[in-house]
Design a protein around this ligand. Structure first.
Ligand code: S3P
Length: 187
């Protein structure tokens, strides 16, 4: 499906399913968009990183440092399984969940996947004052973003139902586009 402005493309004309799942690179706006959608649609909002931090009583940085990335990924995997059933939620995933095929299958089972697609430049700008992402705590952030994005591009491209280019727009516009899409599917 294509929006009037040509920015929204659906791969398969999927019917709107239970959860609205937001995927995309770190700093693409999943949490901000999800919070606003949740208020507008009066649906529960789950931020996976937040959920994990509360459960572990540690920040993501601390989990990576003390327990290691594989442990963090196992918690993400458990959450994706959990959200394959139930529904009615808005879910902001962590940027790395899509690397695991089982995660994607579970998220798809429970919802429609919206990919917020951005560029390294825009991501770097959004995250210039952020040090909460362990994978980006390096000297040359922009290069690391480029490297990770290139590594993950095919995972993102293959997992979505709907893609929105968020590289040249503010959160409000993304929310508006998503709302149009969601109401189109529900009508
Ligand atoms: C990660 C993304 C982060 C968080 C962790 C790892 C990744 O979530 O899960 O730092 O591998 O891309 P956000 O996408 O919400 O920043």
């Amino acid at each position: 499906m294509q929006g009037a402005d040509g920015k929204i493309h659906s791969k398969k004309g999927n019917k709107m399913k239970k959860n609205i799942v937001l995927v995309g690179f770190m700093g693409s706006g999943k949490t901000s968009v999800g919070k606003r959608l949740s208020m507008m649609l009066k649906r529960e909002f789950i931020d996976m990183d937040d959920f994990i931090e509360k459960r572990e009583q540690m920040t993501v940085n601390e989990i990576f440092a003390k327990k290691g990335e594989p442990y963090f990924r196992s918690l993400e995997k458990e959450l994706c399984k959990r959200f394959s059933t139930g529904g009615g939620k808005i879910i902001a995933t962590g940027g790395g969940v899509i690397k695991d095929a089982e995660n994607v299958a579970n998220l798809k089972e429970g919802g429609t996947i919206f990919y917020l697609k951005s560029t390294p430049e825009k991501i770097a700008d959004n995250l210039k004052n952020d040090n909460t992402r362990p994978l980006l705590n390096v000297d040359d952030k922009v290069s690391k973003i480029r490297e990770l994005m290139a590594e993950r591009a095919s995972f993102y491209e293959n997992c979505y139902d709907v893609v929105i280019d968020v590289s040249k727009q503010e959160i409000e516009e993304t929310v508006r586009e998503l709302m149009t899409y969601i109401s189109d599917l529900s009508s």
